[in-house]
Write a protein that binds this ligand. Structure first.
Ligand code: GLN
Length: 512
């Protein structure tokens, strides 16, 4: 089996027995990235030198029989939205093109402490706003299964990197599906932990009541390993849960007895692609054959999830993104040009004797903000800022934002009720397999509707996992989403592993 098809767990065994060194393993991945990433575009930057240095340090620790961390020498790709000290952290936005954070995100510190090798930074939708990685200001990422298609998003670079065999493990963030959805569309495993399970200190905020960091891997076991390394309380994140971290790597191998799997009536309605529906129904059949019982459940407010999410997420985004004004953070417009523009505008108004116009003329400061933000943000981010600002404005707040918070509560209550009857909920991750690049350009609403199956878990704060469960007639990956109650990550991983062991979907890989 070629090295890039081996799981992280297999690599780790080989590293521990000395069959392979971290330097050799890292170099193999770096060579593969150098040869093939021009076709995929998963990485915004690859840190060859830094990665080989970290790998050599881990090898030296092993040689000297010093303790080695749980990810001892495994390359990990990181979404370019987690701050890494001294390294550009762009969020795929022009406005942060030159930002170099002076500190590490807690997840980055934990990866370092676990002896991971940080191999490079992956592409995303600008500020994680999107579901196709097309809104990146810098490059398009292609789906390794079909280079004409998107990898999904917003963590499309991380999902594509794992699917293409550029890294055995990757980190993403999930605000409304951005780990689970690209995992499903790229045929890998991705997990959004419970809100608060993983620290968000040093993660550039999109929508703070929804954002969560999580792992990607080729197998459920690999995802368990990465989650165990990054999860846990962090006093520097006020939303971080102060709960012990179970030994996910040990738990993951234990099948669940008397498992009750729920399937949601509202998930199998109009708009669901026939191949996706067939694959998901077949997956439910696999659970039954493993001794689980299937239960039809209802989430009556699920139909409001997209509308609720697209009020709450842009509202929080408009507030979080206010800091990028060219003064506190971010790109600043060319001030000479700006002042010349202002002088020219004034002159024109004076010549026209336009008193009112002159009174309305904005100050140099306001003009600097406006130009900096206009130049720095792309169209999707601007759309979200406008939507959010509108929803939060006086006179509309009660009708939109406050109403959305109330519906959010109802969505959460639907899940509480459902988890009184079942242990896990299983269903589709997207209505259809990966879209073509450009297919929905200019139709943001159609793009938002693709989030129908993913956003509820974020609104309710639940953990969710997506793993491969089939291929469409055209050979594209289809994902199965599993949801569990808050902090039941171990149950989620065990349930996913049961399915994975009974099937072979994660043993085939795209050919590049
Ligand atoms: N597609 C959703 C959005 O555009 C989810 C993005 C995410 O989870 N970061 O907001």
């Amino acid at each position: 089996m070629p090295f890039f098809e081996q799981s992280a767990a297999e690599h780790l065994r080989n590293l521990e027995t000395g069959e392979v060194s971290s330097v050799d393993l890292t170099r193999s991945y770096l060579d593969r990235i150098a040869a093939l990433d021009a076709r995929v575009g998963a990485f915004l930057r690859v840190d060859s030198e830094g990665a080989l240095r970290q790998a050599a340090e881990v090898d030296a620790k092993r040689a000297q029989r010093r303790p080695v961390g749980p990810l001892g020498g495994l390359p990990v790709a990181v979404k370019d939205i987690l701050c890494e000290r001294g390294q550009p952290t762009t969020c795929a936005s022009r406005i942060l093109e030159n930002f170099r954070p002076p500190y590490d995100a807690t997840v980055i510190s934990r990866l370092r402490a676990a002896d991971a090798v940080l191999i490079g930074r992956t592409n995303l939708d600008e500020f994680a706003m999107g579901g196709s990685t097309e809104s990146s200001a810098f490059q398009v990422t292609r789906n390794p299964w079909d280079l004409e298609r998107t990898p999904g998003g917003s963590s499309g670079g991380s999902a594509a990197a794992v699917a293409a065999g550029f890294a055995p493990l990757a980190i993403g963030t999930d605000t409304g599906g951005s780990i689970r959805q690209p995992a499903g569309l790229c045929g890998v495993v991705g997990m959004k932990p419970t809100y608060g399970r993983v620290s968000r200190y040093g993660v550039v905020a999109y929508a703070s009541s929804l954002d969560q960091v999580g792992p990607f891997g080729q197998s459920v076991e690999d995802v368990a390993m990465l989650l165990e390394a990054i999860a846990g309380h962090d006093p520097r994140d006020a939303t971080s849960l102060n709960e012990p971290v179970p030994a996910y790597t040990k738990e993951v191998g234990l099948p669940l007895a008397n498992l009750r799997v729920g399937w949601v009536r509202e998930h199998f309605g109009q708009g669901l692609d026939a191949d996706v529906e067939a694959a998901v129904r077949a997956a439910l059949g696999v659970y039954e054959s493993l001794g689980a019982t299937l239960h039809e459940i209802s989430l009556p407010h699920a139909k409001y999830a997209v509308a609720t999410y697209y009020v709450i997420a842009p509202s929080e985004a408009s507030s979080n993104l206010a800091r990028y004004d060219g003064v506190h953070f971010g790109h600043r417009t060319n001030e000479k040009e700006m002042l010349a523009e202002l002088a020219a505008d004034r002159k024109q108004l004076e010549t026209a004797c336009d008193r009112q116009g002159l009174d309305r003329l904005d100050s140099a400061l306001v003009r600097m903000y406006r130009r900096s933000r206009s130049e720095g943000f792309g169209p999707e981010v601007k759309r979200r800022i406008m939507l959010g600002t509108y929803a939060l404005s006086a006179g509309y707040y009660d009708a939109y934002y406050l109403k959305a918070l109330k519906v959010r509560r109802l969505i959460r209550q639907d899940f509480d009720r459902a988890f009184g009857q079942v242990d896990l909920i299983a269903g589709p991750i997207t209505p259809a397999p990966a879209i073509k690049i450009g297919e929905l350009a200019g139709d943001p609403l159609a793009m938002y509707l693709l989030d129908i199956y993913t956003v509820s878990a974020n609104l309710a704060g639940l953990p969710g996992l997506c793993l491969p469960c089939g291929r469409s007639a055209a050979g594209l990956p289809i994902g199965l989403q599993l949801l569990a109650p808050p902090l039941a990550e171990a149950r989620l991983l065990r349930g996913a592993r049961m399915y994975e062991q009974a099937t072979t979907w994660n043993t085939t890989h795209p050919e590049l």
